[in-house]
Design a protein around this ligand. Structure first.
Ligand SMILES: Nc1ncnc2c1ncn2[C@@H]1O[C@H](COP(=O)(O)OP(=O)(O)OP(=O)(O)O)[C@@H](O)[C@H]1O
Ligand SMILES: [Mg+2]
Length: 421
């Protein structure tokens, strides 16, 4: 097996980040050889609102990454998130083709296909079908049924769907740039690959990616992805609140927010909440030179964080798995760096909370291993796990996943016809 190149573009509401990694023949590690991040354009709350703007931004990001890596990028994995994402769990049943011998891969593919054949509106598209557990002749909890014997094979799958229009817009942007789409990946699922431990997934955990314009959520129970969703509040709302509260522009509010974070990191004793924060060196156009720490943290930021936690709690409730996540919340995304995030969360949620930073890659990683780039790093890890095989690229599965399965049987037939000589 030769070295394999993997690339991903994390299209966020705040930044567009492109990453390229190499999976070497010798080791299992994926080594980052190129990376670029710049402010996002043409995206709001995970939705494309201006194709031209986003195409230009992606083009620049890809070019700069290619230059750094010294490699041409041809195929990319794309992150998608935001409130257009929804999920459901679907069950499939098949008779095993040869009950006298073992269950083979073809049986597994067939049963997953059966679970996948759901009826969805033609405005939506399936982007992910993940088996949660298999059942062989009534025996549940099986992770991999291949090699077992039985008559009846069942599967529980988790299916993620996204807005067809939004995916089409992303595809248009990629094809204009001559890039092949290796698959759409839900942003929180990519982040989960980069920050969660296997133990957390086994015990039950909620991955929360607080981005700029939205918060994406993935919930794991018994090691399996069981609920995915997104809420329309992100860390930009905190910036908005600071802007309104201090009567400054959004740019100034963002500077104040980032400075506050830096200030408290450098200061060991953050208990003196009546400290006046000196803002003169930020040279804000508005004549705001000081602000009390307490008014910022307790008066402006904490109430917004409480609201975000309330919405997360509602999602966990909606999932039906509220009692199955003893590992609590793992929070990532740029918003995870918000001041007071852990304290407010522990008070509001009454469950363990930690901040998740990405890990699992080597190479050019100095600026990468912060929560902001969890999805970006996760794209490579997800790609490594699901796309690269001994034989090379395994796009087949992903292509199938990305087909709209509203009227699945005819579409799949059409799809296979392309390959028949
Ligand atoms: N040090 C910090 N302190 C506080 N907030 C921060 C810090 N660094 C980044 N942020 C906030 O994180 C947000 C950006 O997060 P991120 O880069 O994960 O968003 P994104 O992936 O572009 O957006 P989305 O996932 O919503 O589409 C911004 O609102 C920014 O203010
Ligand atoms: Mg993001």
């Amino acid at each position: 097996m030769t070295d394999k190149l993997l690339a991903g573009i994390d299209i966020g509401s705040s930044k567009i980040a492109t990453i390229v990694g190499v999976k070497s023949a010798e080791s299992d590690d994926i080594s980052v050889i190129g990376f670029h991040s710049a402010p996002s354009k043409g995206v709001k709350k995970g939705l494309i609102v201006d194709i031209d703007e986003i195409t230009m931004a992606v083009e620049e990001s890809v070019e700069k990454t290619e230059r750094m890596a010294g490699q041409k990028i041809n195929q990319v994995l794309i992150s998608v998130g935001g409130p257009h994402i929804s999920s459901l769990n679907s069950h499939g049943v098949v008779a095993i083709s040869n009950p006298q011998s073992e269950i083979v891969e073809a049986d597994v593919n067939r049963v997953v296909e059966a679970a996948r054949a759901i009826s969805i509106s033609n405005t939506r598209q399936v982007i992910e079908v993940i088996p949660r557990e298999y059942v062989v002749d009534g025996q549940a909890g099986i992770k991999n049924p291949i090699g077992m014997t039985g008559i009846r094979l069942e599967v529980d799958t988790h299916i993620i769907t996204a807005s067809h229009t939004n995916l089409k817009n992303l595809d248009r942007c990629l094809s204009e740039l001559g890039l092949t789409n290796s698959g759409f990946i839900f942003a929180a699922l990519a982040s989960a690959e980069a920050v969660l431990t296997d133990t957390e997934k086994e015990l039950g955990v909620v991955l929360v990616d607080i981005g700029g314009g939205k918060t994406d959520i993935c919930l794991y129970v018994d090691g399996a992805l069981s609920y995915s969703s997104s809420i329309t509040v992100g860390a930009k709302h905190i910036t908005n609140d600071i802007a309104v509260g201090l009567r400054v522009s959004l740019q100034s509010a963002e500077k104040i927010k980032l400075y506050l974070n830096q200030y408290l990191q450098n200061k060991k004793d953050s208990s003196k909440r009546d400290t006046e924060l000196n803002l003169t060196h930020l040279q804000l156009p508005e004549n705001v030179s000081t602000v009390t720490l307490k008014s910022l943290t307790d008066g402006i930021i904490a109430p917004r964080l409480e609201e975000i936690y309330k919405l997360i709690e509602d999602e966990i409730e909606k999932s039906g798995f509220a009692n199955a996540v003893p590992s609590g919340l793992v929070i990532t995304g740029g918003g995870a760096l918000t001041v007071g995030l852990i304290e407010t969360g522990r008070r509001a949620m009454g469950m363990p909370i930690r901040i998740g930073s990405p890990s699992g890659v080597t190479g050019l990683i100095d600026e990468l291993l912060t929560p902001q780039y969890a999805t970006t790093v996760g794209l490579l890890l997800y790609g490594q796990k699901n796309i690269i095989t001994e034989a090379g690229w395994k796009n087949f599965n992903r292509i199938l996943r990305d087909i709209n399965l509203g009227n699945s049987v005819s579409k799949i037939k059409e799809f296979f016809k392309q390959f028949i000589p």
